[in-house]
Design a protein around this ligand. Sequence first.
Ligand code: ZN
Length: 374
Amino acid sequence: MAPERHFFSFGNGGALRYHSLPRARKRRAPVFFHDDTMTLSEIAAKQAEALSEISAAADSVAIEAARVKYLGRNGLLPALMKGLRDVPPAEKPAFGQALNALRGALSAALEERRAAAETSAAPKVSFDFSMPGSWRGTGAIHPVSEVIEETTRIFARLGFTVADGPDIETEFNNFDALNTAKHHPSRDARDTFWLGPELLLRTQTSPVQIRAMLAKKPPVRIINPGRCYRRDTTDATHAANFHQIEGLYVDVKPVSLADLKSTLAHFAREMMGQSVQVRFRPHFFPFTEPSVEVDFTCHVCKGRGCAVCKQSGWIEVMGAGIVDTRVFEKVGYDPECYGYAFGMGVERIAMIKHGVTDLRMLYGGDLRYLRQFL
Ligand SMILES: [Zn+2]
């Protein structure tokens, strides 16, 4: 049947022309010109073959290789298009349609395969961005650490520097230099953890003050927070292991109780709020003379009287006083120096601040309790 012309047989002169240009033809389309007798049905078969090859392409590299093979500059379709000019005019429309259909089908198949490959190559994340996040907890500063940091900040602004010392102290630094009498009950093994005849776990942070004065001549203005140890039975207000913050100011010029009171009043307002009042009550400590106990107005009732302050309106917060001249002698200072010292329990301040009634809550590690400070 005449219309079923061979696409690449060039009519009557086809063989002649083909053979006259064998090299050029073969170079341009080495793959597809193995058969110079492609008919419409062969084009259809080629299309089916190409489509199955494209659909089998596993990744973007294989897809691109298929595109080059069929639609690329030296691929099948351009070669077929070029051959179109030699098709007899009567058959051109049918061949043209077949080639257009081939181009459309291959392009669509390539595009579809490319999109599918991109989708499958994308990481498979099953994440719903509209879901509320789960909170992992960032942690918070423990109330005891918070009091230490806040107190240190307040006194640092007044010119105090932070001093530190070891937990294991000598008897001299912990008792003798602080003018503690030889028979004082605090030296007893039932009150103090002794590590030997001369060494002990410090019962207070005051030895740091001794160390500071031994190391430096006046003026000395330090704040020393730290851990202390006493053989106390743990209960709601006592622990064998607790923290103190002490302060010391020594100068060669007069330092008075009035200076101490104004300093502590400033601290009280910064720590507890501007309405807090401070009062001194006479007391005794071996290393200060005169000595006072320092009360803040009750943070619960603001001084009117309540169960927390036992109806007094005041809360005892710390001990203080003018440094005893015997302490100056022990550290080699001129007894004519002036100075004040004060000390407070960190846990006590934290309990007052946060309304904690049992000291053991601070160290129990109970997350239900600790989470309220987050
Ligand atoms: Zn009260």
